[in-house]
Design a protein around this ligand. Structure first.
Ligand code: GLY
Length: 398
């Protein structure tokens, strides 16, 4: 009897220790997210104040203390309002909601833009959140027109949406395009027209077939013959070389197939996302802090710049993928996401005060070989970082 009593007591002790550690872990994360969000809110107000009314922020050059902005036709134009909306959700500060709403006026016209595949980034990462936070028929109509513009780039023969109209290619499709499919799922759901969703599925299936190597790494550009649908070439534009694994491309793929699984529950997309995650996180060239260099195949010391944007996208994707996977993968993905987040908020990558002109994260790479945006802050790094903070708070903290 006495012995049984002691066993019982022992188990109660272990259980309380475990729940205490868990509570401390949760409290630490709550505090971290709260302080990160408050700091980010002030930084984004500064960024807003330094961005001309008719422009969107793009990057900041600390050495010259200069901001670079873009017109709304640039692919990143949706991220600034999107991040303001996410920061409103994290802080409850209504000023951020209004600043985000203010920025939508100049973006609206892009619904008619049929010259790019980036309409998901531009319109869903902005109007999508605006509509979620303040439902409005006008926002929905803008997104529906934008989805029609995006769909107009689909080629029946090749079964893919054209990415770019520029360059040497016949019908180029880049792995990044996986990120625009979520927008088409929304359009089908809203309009009741399954065509949008069907295009999305066909594009994802053909990308799965043609963009990936056996090790689940992805080519950047696949060029199709628009008349026959045949694959002409597999290359890169922003990567180190045609056969290398451009870091952000792998991140877009990881995020993209996770979203495909969210919408379809088709296991082939989940397997693809897991395969991509395994490629990224088992790669021998991935630094110990899990913030990748801009290409996994870099060997030259002078090219070894981190791409924080890829790490931010990976973090947000892993937080979602962890919800769909079985143990022990699920915990492993969550631990990795936590670890990357902790590294992203360290002094090495996280801008302090106005150090980066209001941007949140330093050290991203836009296009290394074009010597464009190397080791700078970028709007999409911030967007996926803040999305990850919000996802962590809403999905993993009580
Ligand atoms: N989607 C363009 C880029 O990731 O650079």
């Amino acid at each position: 009897m006495k012995y049984k009593y002691w066993i019982f007591f022992f188990f109660i002790l272990i259980a309380s220790l475990f729940s205490c550690t868990n509570r401390n872990h949760e409290d630490d994360w709550k505090k971290l997210i709260e302080s990160e969000a408050l700091l980010a809110a002030e930084q984004y107000k500064l960024l807003y104040a330094n961005t001309p009314e008719d422009r969107m922020p793009k990057t900041y050059f600390s050495d010259k203390q200069e901001w670079e902005t873009s017109s709304t036709s640039w692919w990143t134009s949706g991220f600034f309002p999107g991040t303001l909306f996410y920061l409103y959700e994290l802080t409850g500060d209504k000023e951020l909601l209004e600043l985000g709403m203010d920025k939508l006026d100049i973006l609206e016209k892009e619904q008619h833009n049929k010259r790019t595949h980036d309409l998901g980034f531009m319109l869903y990462c902005s109007f999508g959140h605006a509509d979620r936070l303040r439902p409005n028929d006008k926002f929905k109509q803008i997104m529906l027109t934008g989805s029609q513009s995006l769909s107009s780039r689909f080629n029946e023969k090749a079964g893919v949406i054209r990415s770019w109209d520029h360059g040497k290619w016949e019908f180029p499709v880049i792995i990044d395009n996986m990120m625009n499919l979520e927008f088409l799922f929304w359009a089908s759901e809203y309009s009741g027209d399954s065509t949008f969703k069907d295009l999305s599925l066909t594009h994802a299936d053909n990308t799965l077939k043609n963009h990936f190597r056996k090790d689940f790494s992805s080519y950047h550009v696949v060029d199709y013959d628009p008349d026959t649908g045949e694959v002409l070439n597999k290359e890169t534009a922003q990567g180190l070389h045609d056969n290398s694994a451009w870091a952000r491309g792998q991140s877009w793929a990881l995020y993209g197939y996770t979203v495909m699984y969210r919408h379809t529950k088709n296991e082939k997309y989940l397997d693809q996302a897991i395969g991509i995650a395994d490629f990224i996180f088992n790669h021998p060239n991935l630094p110990e802090d899990l913030i990748p260099y801009w290409d996994f195949d870099i060997t030259e010391e002078e090219q070894k710049h981190r791409d924080v944007s890829a790490a931010a996208i990976n973090t947000s994707a892993l937080l979602e993928l962890a919800k769909y996977t079985d143990e022990p993968r699920s915990t492993d993905f969550l631990n990795k996401a936590e670890y990357i987040l902790k590294n992203l908020v360290s002094d090495q990558y996280r801008a302090k005060g106005d150090e980066a002109g209001g941007f949140l994260l330093k050290n991203s790479v836009g296009h290394f070989k074009a010597n464009s945006e190397v080791d700078v802050p970028l709007t999409y790094a911030d967007y996926y970082f803040v999305e990850a903070l919000l996802r962590y708070r809403d999905w993993y903290l009580n």
